[in-house]
Ligand binder design. Structure first.
Ligand code: FES
Length: 621
């Protein structure tokens, strides 16, 4: 007998088989039948699941289609994701038109300005949330909507680990604003204008006007900051449409069309789902292409940390992409994209100039053209099918290889006794290129609290050729490794017109910031064995970017003596003041997520991931 739904439609055999107790329900059937909860009776688990989902009005026919999850990261605290509801609607349209069933679900959402202590502290939590929800729920493929700095890396990390077919859907950059006829945009101009205000060049009315215009629309920061960098890196990995996926404005119709086509493509991937599992789709060559893109766009230093974390999630790439890979790729890759903070333009300029399609054509000789993309085609075939003839405006924003903005190594990796495991500098964002080869005396701040207490003191022992050293802002030392690496120029020097100094720390820096700034020093100062942790005021430090050296000019015996002295002082202070918190020791007993974070986060040269989440961590079956 053929049964009918309440709406009169006939049920097909596959629906009837859900109730056939003699036919086992296989977990690899996909759709609603996958990932059933463990009641010990698969038919009952499916029956119960249908009971509840039908409360939302679904028919058996809809529920028998392939299910495409859509990750909703809308939050009132995340204006970079304000357009997510519209993107979800457009994505659903694409999924439905291709024969899938869209099911949206939330994960946490992280915005740079609304996450204490830092957004980076929560990146791994978001990646776990993403991975576990993708694993747990009956989704055959997933569209992950993200944009603000840490969200895209968190989703890519979770997606690679969950290893179900997924596609990133980027929220897109905001439009630039205008103050007194001058274009401004978050957040390079946030920092430039704030520095002018600190130096007394802008008054309160001026800075308030600027505050109104820096983020004039929804969307991610409109320069080549971390969000834009990660959007372009996702395209470099082969996961995002080259025409508009990374660069079209958040508030454009193009962005909605990207959402619709992403939804459609997510269904199409299921024609050969195994081939689109990220651990199969992405190979070492995809990561190298992403690093080529990172260097060519003068991207955020944060992307180095994120890409290392991503690579280390992938069993076949783990350990093959290291800091040296970034340096080696950089040595052969010029900076081609003229956007702030390394250049002049905004993301809207990049998009109008042809965006990632124009860039990938320009970079073609440096790319692995056999790397597969989200359509299944190799990159070379994608470029062949979408030729791009650069026009005059395009050439100004996306330079040809023969006429770069910066010849090579916009991001460089330094080593030396100060950074045995490496440190990173965005050389192309240096405001005073002479500082890329510099020797000066250290002016040391113990941590960010010490920095804010003393940096503007009139009696601070600092000169224009000093090296500003900030300790205690590494992954463990200040959980989340804050973007404090842009140590402000001491006000007494800023008033004298000093605009740049050599600065170094174990922290990060916003991708929108510029200056001669060495970051991610590993191991971090909080590590009892760290050399950075024993630098003292007046020590000479030499930095030689062309030779990739970062050196503390203190002999080895004296460094060893200081490290031992520090160990003894820490032990003495802990005995005298039991409540005193030395983070390296105290983390052993810290509760909650903070304890998990502090005990398991690895160093910047490994991606600041949790050790148990990398591909080397315990297998998760
Ligand atoms: Fe979200 Fe800049 S604050 S991208």
């Amino acid at each position: 007998m053929v049964e009918s739904n309440p709406d009169g439609a006939a049920k097909d055999g596959s629906i009837l088989s859900d109730y056939d107790l003699n036919t086992p329900i296989s977990t690899d059937q996909g759709g609603l039948r996958s990932n059933l909860p463990g009641y010990g009776d698969a038919h009952f688990s499916l029956f119960l699941r249908k009971v509840f989902i039908k409360a939302l009005g679904y028919t058996d026919e809809s529920l028998s289609k392939p299910i495409i999850g859509i990750i909703n990261t809308f939050s009132s605290f995340n204006p970079c994701h304000a357009q997510v509801p519209q993107l979800i609607e457009a994505t659903k349209r694409g999924i439905l038109s291709a024969g899938g069933l869209p099911m949206e679900f939330p994960t946490i959402s992280i915005h740079e300005s609304f996450a204490n202590p830092t957004s980076m502290y929560l990146r791994n939590l978001m990646s776990m949330d993403t991975e576990e929800m993708v694993r747990a729920q009956p989704v055959d493929a997933v569209v992950m909507i993200g944009g603000c700095d840490k969200t895209v890396p968190a989703q890519l990390m979770g997606g690679i680990s969950a290893n179900k077919p997924f596609l990133p859907l980027i929220t897109g950059p905001m439009m630039p604003g205008s103050v007194k006829g001058v274009r401004v945009g978050a957040c390079t101009d946030c920092r430039n204008n704030w520095a002018k205000f600190r130096a007394g060049e802008l008054d309160i009315e001026d800075i308030m006007d600027v505050n109104e215009e820096l983020a004039p629309t929804a969307g991610t920061c409109g320069v080549m900051g971390t969000a834009s960098t990660m959007a372009c890196v996702a395209a470099g990995l082969g996961l995002v449409d080259l025409r508009a996926g990374a660069t079209s404005p958040a508030v454009s119709s193009a962005r909605l069309r990207v959402a619709e086509t992403t939804g459609r493509q997510a269904v199409k991937m299921l024609e050969d789902a195994e081939a689109f599992r990220p651990q199969r789709l992405l190979a070492y060559e995809n990561f190298v292409n992403a690093i080529v893109v990172l260097q060519a766009i003068g991207g955020s230093t944060n992307a180095v940390v994120h890409l290392l974390a991503l690579a280390n999630r992938h069993p076949a790439v783990r350990g093959r992409v290291t800091l040296r890979t970034f340096d080696d790729v950089g040595a052969a890759t010029p900076l081609l994209v003229d956007l702030k903070p390394s250049g002049d333009g905004y993301m809207t300029d990049f998009h109008r100039a042809g965006g990632m399609l124009a860039l990938m054509h320009a970079l073609r000789p440096l790319l692995h053209l056999g790397a597969r993309t989200f359509t299944g085609e190799p990159l070379g075939a994608v470029l062949d099918a979408a030729p791009f003839a650069p026009f005059a405006y395009s050439r100004r924003v996306v330079r040809p290889l023969a006429d770069p903005l910066y010849a090579r190594s916009s991001l460089a990796v330094l080593y030396g006794n100060l950074a045995p495991r490496g440190a990173v500098i965005k050389a192309s964002a240096s405001k005073d290129r002479r500082l890329l080869c510099h020797r000066g005396r250290a002016c040391v701040f113990r941590d960010s609290r010490d920095l804010s207490a003393r940096v503007d003191a009139e009696d601070l022992g600092v000169a224009p050729d000093s090296v500003l050293v900030l300790q205690g802002v590494g992954p463990v030392g200040h959980p989340g490794m804050p973007e404090a690496g842009l140590v402000p120029i001491p006000r007494k020097l800023a008033r004298r017109g000093v605009a740049d100094m050599l600065r170094l720390s174990d922290g990060r820096m916003s991708g929108t910031a510029g200056g001669t700034i060495v970051l991610h020093v590993a191991p971090e100062a909080a590590d009892p064995a760290s050399v950075l942790g024993v630098v003292r005021d007046g020590d000479f430090i030499s930095c030689d970017v062309p030779r990739r050296r970062l050196h503390l000019e203190v002999d080895d015996a004296e460094i060893a003596r200081r490290i031992e002295l520090r160990r003894q002082e820490t032990a003495t202070a802990a005995a005298a003041l039991p409540g005193r918190r030395d983070v390296w020791e105290a983390r052993k007993t810290t509760r909650g997520y903070r304890g998990l974070y502090e005990r398991h986060v690895n160093q910047a040269d490994e991606g600041c991931d949790f050790d148990f989440l990398t591909a080397d961590g315990p297998a998760n079956t």
